[in-house]
Design a protein around this ligand. Structure first.
Ligand SMILES: Nc1ncnc2c1ncn2[C@@H]1O[C@H](COP(=O)(O)OP(=O)(O)O)[C@@H](O)[C@H]1O
Ligand SMILES: [Mg+2]
Length: 298
């Protein structure tokens, strides 16, 4: 295997190692010849993609290209019209009962809206998957929820608040805490930095990078955010013309002749993101700088 290996001597406080796509690693997602349609509206037609263990893969594509429909299909919320979807070795559409339950324990999802229960506190939101999937006491799940909140850079007092009392960046962090509540091996993110100001978005990128590193996650991330793609992704998959038209490191995609890809990566925003990516500003702690947390008593 020719992939660069992590430096064994690197301790905490050193630069995060560059993550790598390992073509020999086990596939954790296998999408084969997927067909999705809403009546006459065909969204996916022969879409195939494999995601390998340990990589952070970004999915990009125009608005309405079928990214969220793909995510919903991957997590079994939607049955496709054709093809197969295998996640963590299980045919998602056929998984029922305990098999389905196990899948839900092994993956975490951060939906675009955050999808937190508005009537529950943040701590209760993060505890919810634990209560659903484990036999732990309420006391235990609350304590574990607080450790998850700390991991995403939220203070314990945030646990007492309701989602509406949080800033956008804090809500994303709370959603992420819930997504990692059950120590998943696979994390799905739908537009995690959409709606955040640039500083909060960068802090959130750093958080995802450090968490995925610390927890050994495989990450499937839908995003429009070119800065996130450059900062985080080992590979990027492009959805256009109802299928994955290209997948690879950004440096490869920048050479693509596909009109959408050319416009996306070589337009002014793409070039600005590429330039910014040459100036690494990564934080090294597991918690990213928490710029969006209001000051105590503020
Ligand atoms: N529940 C639905 N009913 C009918 N059409 C839908 C539904 N969800 C998505 N679509 C259609 O599927 C296409 C892809 O949508 P989506 O996956 O949400 O796009 P995006 O890439 O922006 O996430 C769009 O044409 C959308 O109108
Ligand atoms: Mg979408």
């Amino acid at each position: 295997m020719s992939m660069p290996q992590p430096d064994e001597t690197a301790g905490p406080g050193t630069e995060p190692k560059p993550r790598a796509y390992d073509a020999d690693a086990e596939p954790v997602i296998r999408i084969d010849n997927l067909v999705s349609a809403f009546d006459e509206n065909v969204v996916h037609e022969g879409l195939s993609l494999e995601v390998r263990r340990g990589e952070i893969i970004g999915l990009v594509g125009g608005s309405g290209a079928g990214k969220s429909v793909l995510l919903n299909t991957l997590i079994g919320l939607r049955d496709p019209q054709g093809g197969t979807v295998e996640v963590l070795g299980v045919d998602v559409q056929k998984a029922t009962g305990p098999e389905r339950d196990e899948l839900e324990r092994r993956w975490g999802v951060l939906f675009q809206s955050g999808a937190l229960f508005s009537s529950l506190t943040v701590r209760e939101n993060v505890s919810a998957p634990m209560s659903e999937h484990t036999g732990l006491s309420n006391h235990m799940t609350a304590e574990l929820a607080d450790t998850k909140l700390a991991m995403v850079g939220l203070p314990p007092r945030a646990g007492n608040l309701h989602p509406a009392e949080l800033s956008g960046g804090m809500r994303k962090r709370a959603g992420l805490a819930r997504a990692i509540a059950l120590d998943p091996e696979l994390l799905f993110l739908d537009e995690p930095t959409a709606g955040l100001d640039p500083i909060s978005a960068e802090a959130f990128d750093t958080l995802i990078s450090n968490l995925s590193e610390a927890l050994g996650l495989t990450v499937f991330m839908i995003t429009h955010d070119l800065d996130s793609l450059y900062a985080l992704c080992d590979r990027v998959a492009v959805i256009a013309d109802k299928k994955i038209v290209a997948v690879g490191p950004i440096s490869d995609l920048e050479k693509s002749d596909h009109p959408w890809i050319k416009q996306y990566f070589l337009g002014p925003r793409g070039r600005a993101a590429a330039t910014a990516a040459d100036k690494p500003v990564r934080d090294t702690a597991v918690q990213g700088p928490n710029t969006d947390m209001p000051k105590e008593g503020a």
